[in-house]
Design a protein around this ligand. Structure first.
Ligand SMILES: Cc1cc2nc3c(=O)[nH]c(=O)nc-3n(C[C@H](O)[C@H](O)[C@H](O)COP(=O)(O)O)c2cc1C
Length: 366
């Protein structure tokens, strides 16, 4: 029987050869927002992973929107030029379609990189002013963010659109807006991060307004024949926070704006949240969104085994899967999955002799 996971899918105007994505993963290895040689080798390798889609890490649309000083950005000509080399390498030698996640860290910005302990940067460490929906700090170690005023909302919205234009020029096939994990767009949508009393706070309609304005602004500049999606929240995992019903409503609104897919993640809005992590723990959120809307749905989180990924797609709980840590552990995860499911993963000709089908009787000549 043929594999559902390895069947092609068209999202927006982009056809992916299979339903496996490398999930966005911050590398904390940029300089001034610009990609380095780390990105070249990391992404170059993952562009050969067998996944149909490789989505670059959360990439800040303005300098203040970086989580850490070492986060990737796409807010300057220098950032664009540095990424061009990486994208050109992946396109020339790799075989995955390329996406980029555009992000603003909001009140979670100005942090140390994880291997320097995480947490807020001190003043002497280059800390900068965080912005947010409301003056509510993420936790008691962090100063309260400056709530975005009308001019700030326009600036950030336009920064998302400008970064999308740069991503288009660079030749990306897909843009994913980061609307989850407690960052700026999520902090507007969630009642936990948003206590505004203007048109951007209070009712669900008001709390969705800013993320939807950003999505519309990007849709207006991002070509129709390319794919546009958003990573959204299936649960805040905290009383009074976003629920799966909110995700369904939000995904429906994004679909009406012309977005092509959502990736349903969860958590990150508060250190108080209690996340019930386990294999495929976010799949039910994706399944609920898929059942209630017509937008393509990606699921992510603790998907590790090829048979597990195959079952999720075959059962119709999601259209495609994204994996993060499994690809760090095994950058050829897609090849292993193809072997396990009797399917074929793309393999560069330089490595073709490593594929099991070619072993029997094959002479190991150079
Ligand atoms: C090193 C690392 C960096 C991450 N960076 C991002 C990111 O930039 N954007 C994002 O939406 N999620 C990020 N995540 C979350 C992953 O994309 C994914 O949703 C999460 O790890 C669950 O999937 P997994 O169980 O397959 O690892 C990151 C995860 C890891 C392990």
């Amino acid at each position: 029987m043929s594999s559902h996971l390895f069947s092609p899918i068209t999202i927006g105007g982009v056809t992916l050869r299979n339903r496996i994505a490398v999930s966005p993963m911050c590398q904390y290895s940029a300089e001034g927002g610009s990609a380095t040689d780390w990105h070249l080798q990391h992404l170059g390798s993952l562009s050969l992973s067998g996944a149909g889609l490789l989505i670059l890490e959360a990439t800040a649309v303005e300098a203040a929107g970086r989580i850490t000083p070492a986060c990737l950005g796409l807010y300057s000509d220098a950032n664009e030029a540095a990424l061009e080399r990486v994208v050109a390498t992946c396109r020339r030698w790799g075989n995955a379609r390329l996406g980029i996640q555009l992000a603003h860290a909001g009140r979670k910005a100005s942090s140390k990189v994880p291997w320097q302990g995480g947490g807020p940067l001190a003043a002497g460490e280059g800390a900068w002013q965080r912005v947010g929906a409301s003056a509510i700090p993420f936790d008691d170690r962090v100063p309260a963010p400056e709530p975005l005023d009308a001019a700030g909302l326009l600036r950030v919205r336009d920064a998302f659109a400008a970064a999308a234009r740069r991503a288009d020029r660079l030749g990306f096939d897909l843009v994913e807006l980061h609307g989850a994990h407690g960052y700026l767009l999520h902090s507007f949508h969630s009642p936990i991060g948003n206590r505004r009393t203007d048109d951007y706070g209070g009712s669900a309609e008001n709390r969705m307004r800013f993320p939807l304005e950003v999505a519309a602004a990007v849709r207006a500049v991002w070509p129709r024949e390319k794919a546009l999606g958003m990573r959204i929240t299936g649960s805040d995992w905290i009383a009074g926070g976003l629920t799966t019903e909110d995700a369904v409503v939000f995904a429906g609104a994004l679909e009406r704006l012309g977005l092509d897919y959502v990736c349903v993640s969860s958590g990150g809005i508060s250190p108080e949240a209690r996340v019930a992590v386990g294999p495929g723990y976010q799949v039910p959120f994706a399944a609920a969104v898929k059942a209630a809307t017509g937008i393509a749905v990606q699921t992510v989180g603790m998907i590790v085994a090829p048979t597990q990924a195959e079952a999720i797609v075959a059962d119709g709980r999601a259209d495609c899967v994204a994996l993060a840590r499994a690809f760090l552990d095994d950058p050829r995860w897609g090849w292993r999955a193809a072997d396990a499911l009797g399917a074929e993963a793309p393999c560069p000709p330089q490595y073709a002799r490593s594929r099991p089908a070619l072993w029997p009787g094959a002479a190991l000549r150079s």
